[in-house]
Design a protein around this ligand. Structure first.
Ligand SMILES: [Zn+2]
Length: 269
């Protein structure tokens, strides 16, 4: 990539280049950035769409699932023709069609402790577009230990939440230290989700990730943002570092190779 945008890039990104905080240097920052999206479902669809359109240079996508017909009411980057095919492949096709200058790195695998540190390490930001707690703990832990922001999102029914966990602030384990009791918090499939909710939360996650890449000062910092579509409310709740947190507290583990979980996803020291 050169020091200046090509005429085609100036045209493609012209509407965002008109914004004061997004000039050509900032667009080049986007074009050289690397963002890992964990999960290519409903949240991931909105995230991948926004990142690709904005011109993030490299989007990594990790997901081991295949497209099902029941995914299509919210996972809008996949189509009827993709049913039965790996989501990472249809996601990559979507990005290629939308913005061919974006490089997509597909990881057809489940985000799990083994291999996660190496998977996450080459990226600037990790986006949690996952639908299960175990993978979310893995993503949080390895991203934090690598010093990489972890932008969390979750949805259920008409409700969603998001938070950008940045090094120096609280992490996901400060919010939820261990696996909740079965049934205490809804997770995975089948779970009712109304289509605009993951798309809304995913766009908010993409926005915070893009602001990190652009090194903008005004970010959603150390606050959990909750969205309730029923009464159209957004609430922000401050979250502090839990001093006993095994990942970011005062006596935390210092390396992803030291991570080991028990059956409740607590870190075994
Ligand atoms: Zn923590």
């Amino acid at each position: 990539m050169g020091d200046t945008l090509s005429p085609r890039q100036r045209d493609r990104y012209s509407r965002q280049l008109l914004i004061d905080s997004v000039g050509e240097p900032e667009q080049r920052m986007l074009l050289s950035s690397r963002v890992l999206v964990a999960g290519a479902g409903g949240l991931g669809s909105a995230v991948i769409q926004s990142l690709a359109a904005a011109g993030v240079g490299t989007i990594g996508i990790v997901d081991d699932g295949e497209v099902k017909r029941s995914n299509l009411q919210r996972q809008v980057i996949h189509t009827v023709d993709d049913i039965g095919k790996p989501k990472v492949e249809s996601a990559a096709r979507y990005v290629e069609a939308l913005n061919p200058e974006v490089t997509v790195e597909t990881h057809l695998e489940r985000l799990q402790l083994e291999g996660a540190a190496a998977l996450v390490e080459p990226y600037d930001v990790v986006i949690d577009a996952l639908d299960n707690f175990r993978a979310r703990f893995v993503g949080n832990d390895v991203a934090r230990l690598a010093g990489i922001p972890f932008v969390h999102g979750a949805v259920y029914g008409f409700e969603g939440q998001m938070m950008a966990f940045r090094p120096g602030g609280p992490c996901y384990r400060c919010l939820l230290p261990e696996l909740p009791d079965a049934g205490a918090i809804p997770s995975g499939e089948p779970m009712g989700i109304f289509p605009p909710v993951p798309l809304t939360i995913g766009c908010l996650q993409a926005m915070e990730a893009l602001k990190h890449v652009l090194d903008l000062d005004e970010v959603l910092d150390d606050e959990l943002l909750r969205y309730d579509a029923t009464d159209v409310t957004f609430t922000r709740t401050p979250l502090e570092v839990d001093p006993d947190c095994p990942v970011c507290g005062s006596d935390s583990v210092d390396s992803a190779t030291a991570l080991e979980y028990d059956e409740r996803c607590r870190i075994v020291v």
